[in-house]
Design a protein around this ligand. Sequence first.
Ligand code: MN
Length: 481
Amino acid sequence: MAGLGEYRRKRDARKTPEPVPTDDALPVGANNIFVIQEHHASRLHWDVRLERDGVLVSWAVPKGLPTEPGDIRLAVHTEDHPMEYATFEGEIPRGEYGGGRMTIWDRGTYETVKWSDREVAVVFTGNRVQGKYTFFHGGKSDKDWMVRRSDPPQRSDWTALPDAIEPMLATLGALPPDGDNWAYEFKWDGVRAMARVDGGRLRLFSRKGNEITSTYPELRTLGEELGSTQVWLDGEVVAFVDGRPSFAALQKRMHVTDERMTRRLAVDLPVTYVVFDVLHLDGRSCVDLPYVRRRELLVDLELRGSHWNTSPSYPAEGAAVLETAREQELEGIIAKRLGSRYHPGRRSPDWMKVTDLRAVEVVIGGWRPGEGRRSDVFGSLLVGLPSPDGLRYVGHVGTGFTDEALRLLTAKLHRLDRKTSPFCNDIPRDRARGARWVRPTLVGEVVFRDWTPDDRMRAPSWRGLRADKAPDDVTEWSDVR
Ligand code: MN
């Protein structure tokens, strides 16, 4: 073994709290001590160290030890550490080698099955980790090793973390009459996001299953804070402005993927991930558990940080929660049946969306020019919903546009020009006069108060283009009305 020369070269005993032995006299032990340290350095990793001939032979494992045999993970062979390191926990100062918080994740004893220059197989007996693991040389450089679990998972009922889970959706409705059987949460005006965390790494997915991780870099640290916890979370990405959710602000984040741009926006216009459900946790699926039990598991995760928190839930008292939502100018509330399971990918009456505002996706079929100083952009949009007869006109939207949205949309509309109305029903004459028609390909989201007796949206307001949607994705008129 190499001894501690490299270890000492990398560290200054005056600047780091780590043990730095001054001489090469090595302790004599039984070659059976191990420690695994969770190290929040610039990149989170777990340091796995095995006592061998008076030093701790070490690997830095970026995602930690795998829990299942098929999952082969990178393990970077690092310099031998002194035996004293087996009890080290602390904060290594920023700027020093390995700067960051280090905690002991597990320790115990191990048995050697095989030990060669290219392969080390051991059986751990720790508090958290039990079983056989094999480290093997797997690359060009001496540092490039891999690690796999050579035993079945520790628990016989272990269920692997799924690659995808579709979100459960709420049904629009009123406060339930059996109010005591429900809990109530605020409805956050943002975008739905499902988070998968494995090996301290967070991946974020949209309602449709598209990966949106890179759009919100400020949420990366949530994965690191969860450490080795394997979990699927459900929640809403929200941009708070002056303490209130601002969908307009969030729109500036939603479709940005350029790395430099997302990093700048993460500072200038940060989002918060408001978590409201846990769907899988450390080898167990939670979707069959009742809401109240999932809620307990969620609360136990203590998700509260710089860019994330846990959405509050209030048992019973639905009317009071709805009143608070109105006072706070929130969109509304979601009532969730206490005993209900999670239905992935389904719209269920176990979740009721109670709101004064309705949101609907619409297809743009035409526009009316603006007036006065707005004559170079559109004044309002004529929108419709799909129906068996074709696109059915449901109203015109003239508010809710940012200046930027007005400009961008006007340019798009000009490119879609057509001579005749794409709507299958008649448009009120005062709306049709001077209107410009477009090919019905753009989908947007609109909120409105209510339906009028003649099936038009009352007081609609624009929320934004849905670039991720096509007219075929839009819910038919008969299902919305
Ligand atoms: Mn380390």
